[in-house]
Write a protein that binds this ligand. Structure first.
Ligand code: COA
Length: 157
């Protein structure tokens, strides 16, 4: 009898928090598909990983690992801002969402955004916000977001 080695989508794409070993699974190369992202040494990666760990639930990076290739194929992060307004309320900020070009259109981006938005809700945020290009507006609408106000920026480099 033939053994069934095929795995379901859920078994294949593992949604979890970033682990230190993800640098060797293509995490930095994936970020390069998003923006300027020079390579970092193992030491630099470890230092930043340890720094972020100190924030605990206030800074979470989600990744999706493809179990068949052991590659990170999607990621995104959420930062929890603690405010005085709204009775010392909290706001989640989603950043750096990207899916590997070979894995787009399979709901992985939505899975990442859902994971991050759920994290913000479960840690008590009254809202979760993000900036995006006009091209990605429809994607975030599919994730339950709506357009509000405008984005301003001042670059220092
Ligand atoms: C934007 C991005 C993250 C979307 O990831 P993805 O995994 O391909 O998207 P999903 O498969 O989860 O899409 C979810 C839904 O949004 C739709 N969608 C995705 N991208 C879209 C787009 N650019 N325009 C319109 N609809 C889009 C999908 O068709 C799908 O709709 P459905 O549920 O009706 O089938 C991915 O294209 C990407 O990494 N782009 C480059 C980096 C980037 O721009 N990141 C965003 C920074 S703000």
């Amino acid at each position: 009898m033939q053994s069934n080695t095929a795995c379901s989508e859920e078994e294949r794409y593992i949604v979890r928090k970033l682990e230190i070993t993800d640098k060797n699974k293509g995490f930095m190369e994936l970020l390069q598909q998003l923006t300027v992202c020079n390579s970092v040494s193992d030491n630099e990666f470890q230092k930043r990983f340890e720094e972020l760990k100190l924030y605990g639930d206030d800074h979470v990076i989600c990744v999706i690992e493809d179990a068949t290739s052991s590659k990170i194929v999607a990621t995104g992060s959420v930062f929890i801002e603690r405010k005085f307004i709204r009775s010392c309320g909290k706001v989640g900020h989603i950043e750096d969402v990207v899916v590997d070009s070979s894995a787009r259109g399979m709901q992985l981006g939505k899975k990442v955004v859902d994971f991050l938005a759920d994290h913000a809700r479960l840690t008590g945020c009254y809202k979760v916000i993000l900036d995006c290009s006009a091209d990605n507006k429809a994607f975030y609408e599919k994730c339950g977001f709506k357009e509000k106000e405008i984005q301003m920026v001042k670059y220092f480099i």
